[in-house]
Design a protein around this ligand. Structure first.
Ligand code: AMP
Ligand code: GLY
Length: 423
């Protein structure tokens, strides 16, 4: 397992939770992962190092968590060494690494998405802003850790954002898509896909979707409100598989750059139908933590089948009829300038709450104490019979954790629960 975040902690926990005796090694991992599995300090972005480590230790499967190693071509090196790898080669990872590439593939595959205009200078940006109208959406082309996107009605702010990112390359000006966002993951073996269960992510730092974008402050799954637009979750998932995931995977296959790994479809349900806002080439964080918390089918078999071309004919993964909610605890100053190094208390108390697990995102053990080492420190996952029970468990537990200056959103899954109660 390559990576060091809460997503990787959740994947490692899911693999170990199968009880199949898997031996899991994480590189580099984090303090939470080190409590349950072996960790090695290996540069996860160095493909040659990863490939030789995997060969020397006879690893059966390499799972790549974050986007940076994918875009750096780590999967290419591991695959070339003859080792099964869950994660796309560099060329296919451009689906996440370049928004312009993703738009081109979507056009080729007739995947529904918003209009986008690629601009290489400020004049072209200004023309595009006028053509597409407000609210404005301006995106950096390359990886920007969730910070490259600005959605604003302020034309001057849109221009300033574009000017900043133009220093690094072209920017995209996009049509504003209005509606609810959904993260839906598909396992892909390069030809066939299998869906996981949908989740909703909360990207803004503050309650009520205020403040800057972050990597994600919370999530929940499943989405009870889907049943109001579709017959059920399956109908929605099938539509996205047939109109988005499968055409995209087949288009990449036809171009000779097969996508093997996790196709993350970032969707908006508009009045005119489902639209793609972005693709990622890996599991989402924190959505993975709630999706895997409900997964009944053993994850290892799914990942290995995807890595070895074996998804065709397999049944869809099964999810427990339970709900999961994750609330992320962030360091003071996140996302601009998180303060790190502070000790974390109360973790054992939090874990006493029934149905609760904790995924470590940025922690280290210093003299037997966990300390925060980054902006998103950990995520508290509550599982329950319905969303309200899951949410209550997560909030009861996170309230028991002590980290000076830390904060979390108080409204994760709130609107969905209210709607359920009202309907
Ligand atoms: P992205 O990095 O492309 O996922 O964008 C980050 C966030 O910006 C998304 O999760 C949306 O909330 C918002 N966003 C991106 N593109 C659009 C769009 N075309 N219309 C409306 N909101 C968008
Ligand atoms: N939670 C958003 C992402 O993983 O990109």
């Amino acid at each position: 397992m390559l990576g060091s975040g809460a997503r990787e902690h959740a994947i490692v926990s899911a693999l170990l939770g199968e009880g199949a005796g898997h031996q899991v090694v994480a590189a580099p991992g984090n303090a939470g992962i080190a409590a349950v599995a072996e960790t090695v300090s290996l540069d996860a972005s160095n493909g040659d190092l990863v490939a030789s480590y995997a060969r020397d230790t006879a690893v059966d499967l390499v799972v790549i968590g974050p986007e940076a190693p994918l875009v750096a071509g780590v999967a290419d090196r591991v695959r070339a060494a003859g080792i099964p790898v869950f994660g796309p080669d560099r060329a296919a990872a451009a689906l996440e690494g370049s928004k312009a590439f993703a738009k081109r593939v979507m056009d080729a595959a007739a995947v529904p998405t918003g209009r986008a205009i690629r601009a290489e200078d400020l004049d072209a940006v200004a023309d595009a802003l006028d053509e597409l109208g407000a609210p404005h959406v301006v995106k950096a082309d390359g990886l920007a850790a969730g910070k490259g996107v600005l959605v604003t009605s302020d034309r001057g702010a849109a221009l300033a954002h574009a000017e900043h990112y133009l220093q690094q390359g072209p920017v995209l000006v996009e049509e504003f898509l209005d509606g609810r966002e959904i993260s839906l993951f598909f396992l892909s073996d390069g030809h066939d896909v299998l869906p996981l269960s949908p989740a909703q992510d909360f990207k803004r730092v503050g309650d009520g979707d205020t403040g800057p974008n972050t990597g994600g402050m919370g999530a929940y799954s499943p989405l009870p409100w889907l049943a109001r637009g579709w017959a059920d979750e399956d109908a929605f998932v099938t539509e996205v598989r047939d109109t988005v995931a499968l055409p995209t995977v087949r288009a990449l296959e036809a171009e000779g750059t097969p996508f093997v790994g996790l196709l993350y479809c970032g969707l908006i349900v508009t009045e005119a139908g489902v639209r793609v806002i972005e693709f990622n080439a890996r599991f989402g964080d924190p959505e993975t933590q709630v999706v895997l918390a409900r997964l009944e089918t053993p994850l290892s078999g799914l990942l290995l089948a995807a890595a070895t071309g074996g998804l065709g004919g397999m049944p869809d993964p099964v999810f427990r009829d339970e709900s999961a909610v994750i609330v992320v605890l962030a360091s003071e100053g996140y996302p601009e300038e998180p303060i790190t190094g502070r000790p974390i208390g109360g973790l054992d108390d939090a874990l006493e709450v029934p149905g609760v697990t904790i995924a470590h995102a940025a922690t280290a053990l210093v003299e037997d104490r966990f300390v925060a080492t980054g902006g998103r420190v950990l995520g508290v996952v509550g599982v329950g019979g319905d969303l309200a029970a899951a949410r209550d468990a997560a909030y009861e537990a996170i309230g028991r954790i002590r980290l000076q200056g830390s904060f979390y959103r108080t409204d994760i899954a709130h609107a969905a629960i209210e709607e359920e109660a009202a309907s």
